[in-house]
Design a protein around this ligand. Structure first.
Ligand code: CTP
Length: 415
Protein backbone atom coordinates (compact mmCIF):
# COMPACT_ATOMS: atom_id res chain seq x y z
CA UNK A 1 0.00 0.00 0.00
CA UNK A 2 1.30 3.46 -0.90
CA UNK A 3 2.08 5.98 1.84
CA UNK A 4 -0.21 8.28 -0.16
CA UNK A 5 -3.23 6.11 0.56
CA UNK A 6 -5.85 8.17 2.41
CA UNK A 7 -3.89 11.41 1.97
CA UNK A 8 -5.82 14.46 0.91
CA UNK A 9 -3.90 16.27 -1.81
CA UNK A 10 -4.67 19.64 -3.34
CA UNK A 11 -3.30 19.47 -6.87
CA UNK A 12 -2.87 23.01 -8.12
CA UNK A 13 -2.37 23.73 -11.83
CA UNK A 14 -0.91 27.02 -12.97
CA UNK A 15 -0.52 27.95 -16.65
CA UNK A 16 1.86 25.95 -18.81
CA UNK A 17 1.98 23.33 -21.55
CA UNK A 18 2.91 20.77 -18.89
CA UNK A 19 -0.74 20.90 -17.79
CA UNK A 20 -1.21 17.98 -20.17
CA UNK A 21 0.84 15.86 -17.74
CA UNK A 22 -1.33 16.91 -14.80
CA UNK A 23 -4.15 14.59 -15.91
CA UNK A 24 -1.81 11.59 -15.72
CA UNK A 25 -0.50 12.83 -12.38
CA UNK A 26 -4.03 13.05 -10.96
CA UNK A 27 -4.68 9.49 -12.18
CA UNK A 28 -1.54 8.13 -10.52
CA UNK A 29 -2.30 9.90 -7.25
CA UNK A 30 -5.87 8.59 -7.11
CA UNK A 31 -4.59 5.13 -8.04
CA UNK A 32 -2.23 5.35 -5.04
CA UNK A 33 -5.31 5.87 -2.86
CA UNK A 34 -5.10 9.65 -2.39
CA UNK A 35 -8.08 11.99 -2.54
CA UNK A 36 -7.17 14.61 -5.14
CA UNK A 37 -8.79 18.02 -5.14
CA UNK A 38 -7.82 19.92 -8.28
CA UNK A 39 -7.60 23.71 -8.20
CA UNK A 40 -6.77 25.53 -11.44
CA UNK A 41 -5.62 29.03 -12.22
CA UNK A 42 -7.28 30.90 -15.05
CA UNK A 43 -4.13 30.47 -17.16
CA UNK A 44 -4.19 26.69 -16.60
CA UNK A 45 -7.66 26.53 -18.18
CA UNK A 46 -6.05 27.61 -21.47
CA UNK A 47 -4.06 24.38 -21.48
CA UNK A 48 -6.44 21.73 -20.09
CA UNK A 49 -10.10 21.82 -19.18
CA UNK A 50 -11.55 21.50 -15.68
CA UNK A 51 -13.81 18.79 -17.16
CA UNK A 52 -10.82 16.57 -17.92
CA UNK A 53 -9.34 17.19 -14.48
CA UNK A 54 -12.71 16.49 -12.82
CA UNK A 55 -13.03 13.22 -14.73
CA UNK A 56 -9.56 11.95 -13.76
CA UNK A 57 -9.72 13.11 -10.14
CA UNK A 58 -13.35 12.21 -9.52
CA UNK A 59 -14.04 15.59 -7.91
CA UNK A 60 -15.41 18.88 -9.15
CA UNK A 61 -12.56 21.30 -9.83
CA UNK A 62 -12.21 24.71 -8.16
CA UNK A 63 -11.08 27.64 -10.28
CA UNK A 64 -12.31 30.73 -8.44
CA UNK A 65 -12.43 32.14 -4.95
CA UNK A 66 -15.94 33.33 -5.79
CA UNK A 67 -17.16 29.74 -6.20
CA UNK A 68 -20.73 29.70 -4.89
CA UNK A 69 -20.61 26.01 -3.93
CA UNK A 70 -19.11 26.72 -0.53
CA UNK A 71 -21.84 27.65 1.97
CA UNK A 72 -19.56 30.07 3.80
CA UNK A 73 -18.11 31.44 0.53
CA UNK A 74 -14.60 30.58 1.73
CA UNK A 75 -13.14 27.88 -0.52
CA UNK A 76 -9.61 29.06 0.36
CA UNK A 77 -10.22 28.22 4.03
CA UNK A 78 -12.30 25.08 3.61
CA UNK A 79 -10.06 23.40 1.02
CA UNK A 80 -6.78 24.16 2.75
CA UNK A 81 -8.01 22.94 6.16
CA UNK A 82 -8.80 19.43 4.92
CA UNK A 83 -5.54 19.01 2.95
CA UNK A 84 -2.47 17.00 3.95
CA UNK A 85 -0.34 18.62 1.25
CA UNK A 86 -0.57 21.12 -1.60
CA UNK A 87 1.22 20.25 -4.81
CA UNK A 88 1.52 22.80 -7.60
CA UNK A 89 2.18 20.95 -10.86
CA UNK A 90 2.87 22.59 -13.20
CA UNK A 91 4.19 25.56 -11.29
CA UNK A 92 4.80 28.38 -13.80
CA UNK A 93 7.38 31.17 -13.55
CA UNK A 94 4.54 33.60 -12.94
CA UNK A 95 3.07 31.48 -10.16
CA UNK A 96 6.49 31.28 -8.47
CA UNK A 97 6.60 35.09 -8.66
CA UNK A 98 3.13 35.24 -7.11
CA UNK A 99 4.26 32.96 -4.31
CA UNK A 100 7.35 35.07 -3.65
CA UNK A 101 5.07 38.06 -3.19
CA UNK A 102 2.31 36.23 -1.36
CA UNK A 103 -0.24 37.36 -3.96
CA UNK A 104 -3.86 36.29 -3.48
CA UNK A 105 -5.48 37.51 -6.70
CA UNK A 106 -6.64 34.02 -7.67
CA UNK A 107 -7.87 31.07 -5.62
CA UNK A 108 -4.64 29.08 -6.13
CA UNK A 109 -2.35 31.77 -4.71
CA UNK A 110 -4.89 32.52 -2.02
CA UNK A 111 -4.89 28.87 -0.95
CA UNK A 112 -1.08 28.83 -0.67
CA UNK A 113 -1.14 31.87 1.61
CA UNK A 114 -4.20 30.76 3.60
CA UNK A 115 -2.98 27.22 4.27
CA UNK A 116 -1.87 26.40 7.83
CA UNK A 117 1.88 26.29 7.11
CA UNK A 118 2.74 23.91 9.95
CA UNK A 119 0.20 21.30 8.80
CA UNK A 120 0.03 21.63 5.02
CA UNK A 121 3.37 21.50 3.20
CA UNK A 122 3.57 23.19 -0.20
CA UNK A 123 5.42 21.27 -2.93
CA UNK A 124 6.28 22.83 -6.29
CA UNK A 125 6.95 21.08 -9.60
CA UNK A 126 8.17 23.97 -11.77
CA UNK A 127 7.68 23.86 -15.54
CA UNK A 128 8.87 26.43 -18.05
CA UNK A 129 11.19 27.23 -20.92
CA UNK A 130 14.89 26.88 -20.07
CA UNK A 131 15.60 30.61 -20.40
CA UNK A 132 12.70 31.42 -18.08
CA UNK A 133 13.96 28.82 -15.59
CA UNK A 134 17.52 30.19 -15.70
CA UNK A 135 16.40 33.82 -15.39
CA UNK A 136 17.70 35.42 -12.20
CA UNK A 137 14.21 36.70 -11.36
CA UNK A 138 12.78 33.15 -11.44
CA UNK A 139 15.61 31.78 -9.34
CA UNK A 140 15.32 34.69 -6.91
CA UNK A 141 11.55 34.20 -6.60
CA UNK A 142 11.95 30.47 -6.14
CA UNK A 143 14.56 30.99 -3.43
CA UNK A 144 12.12 33.36 -1.70
CA UNK A 145 9.24 30.86 -1.98
CA UNK A 146 11.50 28.14 -0.53
CA UNK A 147 12.62 30.47 2.26
CA UNK A 148 8.91 31.00 2.98
CA UNK A 149 8.38 27.27 3.43
CA UNK A 150 7.74 25.83 -0.05
CA UNK A 151 9.63 22.74 -1.21
CA UNK A 152 10.86 22.69 -4.80
CA UNK A 153 10.95 19.24 -6.39
CA UNK A 154 13.27 20.56 -9.10
CA UNK A 155 12.92 20.28 -12.86
CA UNK A 156 13.77 17.76 -15.52
CA UNK A 157 16.13 18.32 -18.42
CA UNK A 158 15.45 17.57 -22.07
CA UNK A 159 13.37 18.54 -25.10
CA UNK A 160 10.87 21.30 -24.40
CA UNK A 161 7.51 22.05 -26.01
CA UNK A 162 9.02 25.22 -27.53
CA UNK A 163 11.57 23.14 -29.43
CA UNK A 164 14.52 24.11 -27.25
CA UNK A 165 16.45 21.69 -25.04
CA UNK A 166 17.55 22.22 -21.47
CA UNK A 167 16.43 22.50 -17.85
CA UNK A 168 12.87 23.48 -17.04
CA UNK A 169 10.69 20.52 -18.04
CA UNK A 170 8.21 19.47 -15.42
CA UNK A 171 9.19 16.17 -13.78
CA UNK A 172 7.30 13.20 -15.19
CA UNK A 173 4.11 12.31 -13.29
CA UNK A 174 5.64 9.06 -11.97
CA UNK A 175 8.66 11.01 -10.69
CA UNK A 176 6.42 13.49 -8.91
CA UNK A 177 4.54 10.62 -7.27
CA UNK A 178 7.90 9.16 -6.15
CA UNK A 179 8.87 12.54 -4.69
CA UNK A 180 5.56 12.79 -2.86
CA UNK A 181 5.89 9.26 -1.49
CA UNK A 182 9.42 10.05 -0.32
CA UNK A 183 8.13 13.21 1.32
CA UNK A 184 5.65 11.24 3.43
CA UNK A 185 8.01 8.38 4.31
CA UNK A 186 9.52 8.43 7.84
CA UNK A 187 13.26 9.10 7.61
CA UNK A 188 14.35 5.84 9.22
CA UNK A 189 17.75 5.90 7.48
CA UNK A 190 18.16 9.69 7.54
CA UNK A 191 21.73 10.65 6.64
CA UNK A 192 23.00 7.06 6.30
CA UNK A 193 25.01 6.08 3.23
CA UNK A 194 23.79 2.88 1.61
CA UNK A 195 25.51 0.99 -1.20
CA UNK A 196 23.52 -1.61 -3.14
CA UNK A 197 24.44 -4.00 -5.95
CA UNK A 198 21.68 -5.16 -8.28
CA UNK A 199 20.98 -7.15 -11.42
CA UNK A 200 23.07 -9.76 -13.19
CA UNK A 201 26.61 -9.36 -14.42
CA UNK A 202 27.65 -9.97 -18.01
CA UNK A 203 30.86 -11.85 -18.69
CA UNK A 204 32.05 -11.35 -22.24
CA UNK A 205 33.06 -14.28 -24.43
CA UNK A 206 33.67 -12.06 -27.45
CA UNK A 207 32.38 -8.63 -28.55
CA UNK A 208 28.86 -9.95 -29.23
CA UNK A 209 28.39 -12.84 -26.78
CA UNK A 210 28.66 -13.47 -23.11
CA UNK A 211 27.26 -15.32 -20.12
CA UNK A 212 24.76 -13.78 -17.80
CA UNK A 213 21.69 -14.84 -15.81
CA UNK A 214 18.00 -14.09 -15.47
CA UNK A 215 18.19 -11.63 -12.56
CA UNK A 216 15.99 -8.59 -13.34
CA UNK A 217 17.45 -6.28 -10.69
CA UNK A 218 13.95 -5.42 -9.44
CA UNK A 219 14.62 -6.29 -5.79
CA UNK A 220 17.78 -4.19 -5.64
CA UNK A 221 16.11 -1.24 -7.37
CA UNK A 222 13.10 -1.49 -5.01
CA UNK A 223 15.49 -1.47 -2.05
CA UNK A 224 17.35 1.53 -3.43
CA UNK A 225 14.07 3.41 -3.80
CA UNK A 226 12.93 2.46 -0.29
CA UNK A 227 16.27 3.45 1.27
CA UNK A 228 16.24 6.79 -0.52
CA UNK A 229 12.63 7.44 0.55
CA UNK A 230 13.77 6.72 4.10
CA UNK A 231 16.36 9.51 3.83
CA UNK A 232 19.48 7.51 2.94
CA UNK A 233 22.07 8.63 0.43
CA UNK A 234 21.97 5.70 -1.96
CA UNK A 235 24.48 4.47 -4.52
CA UNK A 236 23.28 1.67 -6.75
CA UNK A 237 25.82 -0.38 -8.69
CA UNK A 238 23.77 -2.03 -11.41
CA UNK A 239 24.59 -4.78 -13.86
CA UNK A 240 22.95 -4.68 -17.30
CA UNK A 241 19.22 -4.16 -16.60
CA UNK A 242 16.59 -2.04 -18.30
CA UNK A 243 15.09 -0.44 -15.20
CA UNK A 244 14.64 3.28 -14.60
CA UNK A 245 16.87 4.80 -11.92
CA UNK A 246 14.87 5.65 -8.78
CA UNK A 247 14.86 9.42 -8.27
CA UNK A 248 17.60 10.74 -6.06
CA UNK A 249 19.65 7.54 -6.33
CA UNK A 250 23.19 7.65 -7.75
CA UNK A 251 23.47 4.85 -10.27
CA UNK A 252 26.67 3.31 -11.58
CA UNK A 253 26.27 0.94 -14.50
CA UNK A 254 28.68 -1.95 -14.80
CA UNK A 255 28.95 -5.07 -16.93
CA UNK A 256 31.18 -7.73 -15.42
CA UNK A 257 31.76 -8.99 -11.87
CA UNK A 258 35.22 -7.43 -11.94
CA UNK A 259 33.74 -4.03 -12.91
CA UNK A 260 31.18 -4.44 -10.12
CA UNK A 261 33.88 -5.21 -7.57
CA UNK A 262 35.90 -2.14 -8.62
CA UNK A 263 32.84 0.13 -8.34
CA UNK A 264 31.87 -1.36 -4.98
CA UNK A 265 35.37 -1.05 -3.54
CA UNK A 266 35.42 2.60 -4.54
CA UNK A 267 32.00 3.50 -3.14
CA UNK A 268 31.95 1.33 -0.04
CA UNK A 269 34.57 3.47 1.71
CA UNK A 270 32.11 5.86 3.28
CA UNK A 271 29.02 3.59 3.31
CA UNK A 272 27.27 2.56 6.53
CA UNK A 273 25.37 -0.28 4.87
CA UNK A 274 26.24 -2.59 1.98
CA UNK A 275 23.46 -4.70 0.48
CA UNK A 276 24.42 -7.23 -2.18
CA UNK A 277 21.32 -8.18 -4.17
CA UNK A 278 23.23 -8.71 -7.44
CA UNK A 279 23.27 -12.14 -9.03
CA UNK A 280 26.97 -12.04 -9.78
CA UNK A 281 28.12 -14.57 -12.37
CA UNK A 282 30.28 -17.12 -10.60
CA UNK A 283 32.63 -17.64 -13.54
CA UNK A 284 33.95 -15.66 -16.47
CA UNK A 285 35.66 -16.83 -19.65
CA UNK A 286 39.40 -16.91 -19.00
CA UNK A 287 39.89 -14.66 -22.02
CA UNK A 288 37.40 -12.58 -23.98
CA UNK A 289 38.13 -12.80 -27.72
CA UNK A 290 38.88 -9.42 -29.34
CA UNK A 291 36.82 -10.37 -32.41
CA UNK A 292 33.65 -12.36 -32.90
CA UNK A 293 34.44 -16.08 -32.74
CA UNK A 294 33.43 -17.61 -36.10
CA UNK A 295 32.24 -21.12 -36.80
CA UNK A 296 35.02 -23.02 -38.54
CA UNK A 297 32.71 -25.50 -40.30
CA UNK A 298 34.09 -28.48 -38.38
CA UNK A 299 30.91 -28.96 -36.35
CA UNK A 300 32.91 -28.55 -33.11
CA UNK A 301 32.16 -25.83 -30.58
CA UNK A 302 35.02 -23.67 -29.33
CA UNK A 303 36.53 -24.86 -26.06
CA UNK A 304 36.10 -22.17 -23.42
CA UNK A 305 37.89 -22.21 -20.12
CA UNK A 306 36.60 -20.29 -17.14
CA UNK A 307 37.97 -18.48 -14.10
CA UNK A 308 36.09 -17.97 -10.85
CA UNK A 309 34.92 -14.41 -10.29
CA UNK A 310 35.82 -12.51 -7.12
CA UNK A 311 33.19 -12.81 -4.38
CA UNK A 312 32.20 -9.18 -3.91
CA UNK A 313 30.13 -9.65 -0.77
CA UNK A 314 32.66 -11.87 0.98
CA UNK A 315 35.46 -9.43 0.08
CA UNK A 316 33.57 -6.46 1.52
CA UNK A 317 32.40 -8.40 4.59
CA UNK A 318 36.02 -9.31 5.37
CA UNK A 319 37.16 -5.67 5.20
CA UNK A 320 38.49 -3.82 8.21
CA UNK A 321 35.46 -1.48 8.45
CA UNK A 322 32.97 -4.34 8.31
CA UNK A 323 34.87 -6.26 10.99
CA UNK A 324 34.97 -3.19 13.21
CA UNK A 325 31.18 -2.84 12.86
CA UNK A 326 31.36 0.43 10.90
CA UNK A 327 29.84 -1.20 7.84
CA UNK A 328 26.73 -3.39 8.08
CA UNK A 329 26.65 -6.02 5.31
CA UNK A 330 23.56 -7.78 4.01
CA UNK A 331 23.68 -10.64 1.52
CA UNK A 332 20.99 -12.22 -0.61
CA UNK A 333 20.78 -15.84 -1.63
CA UNK A 334 18.94 -17.12 -4.65
CA UNK A 335 18.46 -20.86 -4.22
CA UNK A 336 16.51 -23.41 -6.21
CA UNK A 337 15.95 -25.83 -3.30
CA UNK A 338 16.50 -26.35 0.48
CA UNK A 339 16.41 -22.59 0.97
CA UNK A 340 16.84 -22.44 4.76
CA UNK A 341 19.76 -24.89 4.80
CA UNK A 342 21.63 -23.20 1.94
CA UNK A 343 20.91 -19.69 3.22
CA UNK A 344 22.21 -20.48 6.72
CA UNK A 345 25.40 -21.99 5.34
CA UNK A 346 25.83 -19.08 2.93
CA UNK A 347 25.48 -16.48 5.71
CA UNK A 348 28.35 -18.08 7.58
CA UNK A 349 30.46 -18.57 4.48
CA UNK A 350 30.06 -14.93 3.45
CA UNK A 351 30.61 -13.66 7.00
CA UNK A 352 27.58 -11.33 7.07
CA UNK A 353 25.22 -10.63 10.00
CA UNK A 354 22.09 -10.80 7.84
CA UNK A 355 21.29 -12.86 4.77
CA UNK A 356 18.03 -12.68 2.85
CA UNK A 357 17.07 -15.89 1.08
CA UNK A 358 14.64 -16.38 -1.78
CA UNK A 359 13.83 -19.02 -4.34
CA UNK A 360 15.66 -17.82 -7.43
CA UNK A 361 13.80 -19.27 -10.39
CA UNK A 362 10.41 -18.34 -8.88
CA UNK A 363 11.28 -14.69 -8.33
CA UNK A 364 13.49 -13.64 -11.24
CA UNK A 365 11.68 -10.95 -13.18
CA UNK A 366 8.60 -10.99 -10.92
CA UNK A 367 7.21 -7.97 -9.11
CA UNK A 368 6.69 -9.86 -5.88
CA UNK A 369 8.67 -12.25 -3.73
CA UNK A 370 8.70 -14.19 -0.45
CA UNK A 371 11.80 -13.84 1.73
CA UNK A 372 13.57 -15.77 4.44
CA UNK A 373 15.66 -13.69 6.83
CA UNK A 374 18.62 -15.47 8.35
CA UNK A 375 20.72 -14.05 11.17
CA UNK A 376 22.65 -15.43 14.13
CA UNK A 377 19.40 -16.09 16.03
CA UNK A 378 17.77 -18.20 13.34
CA UNK A 379 15.35 -17.74 10.46
CA UNK A 380 12.20 -15.69 9.93
CA UNK A 381 9.80 -15.99 6.99
CA UNK A 382 8.38 -12.93 5.31
CA UNK A 383 5.27 -13.78 3.33
CA UNK A 384 4.86 -12.97 -0.34
CA UNK A 385 4.51 -9.26 -1.04
CA UNK A 386 5.49 -6.80 -3.76
CA UNK A 387 9.23 -6.12 -4.02
CA UNK A 388 8.37 -2.47 -3.35
CA UNK A 389 6.75 -3.44 -0.04
CA UNK A 390 9.55 -5.88 0.84
CA UNK A 391 12.07 -3.11 0.15
CA UNK A 392 10.28 -0.93 2.70
CA UNK A 393 10.18 -3.76 5.24
CA UNK A 394 13.90 -4.41 4.78
CA UNK A 395 14.66 -0.73 5.29
CA UNK A 396 12.68 -0.78 8.55
CA UNK A 397 14.52 -3.95 9.60
CA UNK A 398 17.88 -2.35 8.79
CA UNK A 399 17.09 0.80 10.73
CA UNK A 400 16.26 -1.35 13.81
CA UNK A 401 19.51 -3.25 13.42
CA UNK A 402 21.59 -0.07 13.01
CA UNK A 403 19.91 1.42 16.09
CA UNK A 404 20.68 -1.76 18.06
CA UNK A 405 24.31 -1.65 16.87
CA UNK A 406 24.57 2.01 17.95
CA UNK A 407 23.05 1.25 21.35
CA UNK A 408 25.38 -1.66 21.87
CA UNK A 409 28.40 0.44 20.79
CA UNK A 410 27.55 3.20 23.31
CA UNK A 411 27.12 0.68 26.12
CA UNK A 412 30.46 -0.83 25.16
CA UNK A 413 28.98 -4.05 23.76
CA UNK A 414 30.57 -3.62 20.33
CA UNK A 415 28.56 -3.27 17.10
N1 CTP B 1 27.84 -12.45 -4.41
C1 CTP B 1 28.87 -11.57 -4.65
N2 CTP B 1 29.87 -11.90 -5.52
C2 CTP B 1 29.88 -13.11 -6.10
C3 CTP B 1 28.84 -14.03 -5.87
C4 CTP B 1 27.83 -13.68 -5.02
O1 CTP B 1 28.82 -10.45 -4.11
N3 CTP B 1 30.88 -13.41 -6.93
C5 CTP B 1 26.80 -12.10 -3.45
C6 CTP B 1 25.43 -11.92 -4.02
O2 CTP B 1 25.20 -10.58 -4.40
C7 CTP B 1 24.53 -12.35 -2.87
C8 CTP B 1 25.35 -13.43 -2.19
O3 CTP B 1 26.69 -13.17 -2.54
O4 CTP B 1 24.36 -11.33 -1.94
C9 CTP B 1 24.97 -14.84 -2.55
O5 CTP B 1 24.94 -14.96 -3.94
P1 CTP B 1 24.50 -16.35 -4.62
O6 CTP B 1 24.62 -16.22 -6.09
O7 CTP B 1 23.21 -16.81 -4.03
O8 CTP B 1 25.58 -17.34 -4.04
P2 CTP B 1 27.01 -17.76 -4.50
O9 CTP B 1 28.01 -17.09 -3.65
O10 CTP B 1 27.17 -17.56 -5.98
O11 CTP B 1 27.02 -19.30 -4.14
P3 CTP B 1 26.36 -20.56 -4.92
O12 CTP B 1 26.58 -20.31 -6.39
O13 CTP B 1 27.11 -21.70 -4.41
O14 CTP B 1 24.91 -20.62 -4.53
Amino acid sequence: MSVLSGKHIILGLSGGVACYKAAELARLLTKAGAAVQVVMSEAAEHFITPTTMQAVSGRAVYTSQWDGREANAMPHINLSREADVMLIAPCSADFIAQLAQGRCTELLGLLCVARPMDKVPLLLAPAMNREMWAHPATQRNLAQAVADGAVSLGVGCGAQACGETGDGRMLEPAEIVQELEAFFTPKLLGGERVLITAGPTFEAIDPVRGITNRSSGKMGFALALAAREAGAEVTLVAGPVALPTPRGVTRIDVQSAQDMLRAVEHHVRDARVFIATAAVADWRPATAAAHKIKKDGSGRAPQLSFLENPDILATVAASERARRGELYCVGFAAESDRLAEHAKAKRERKGVPLLVGNVGPATFGQDDNALLLVDETGTREWPRASKRELGRQLVAELSRRLAAARASATTGGGA
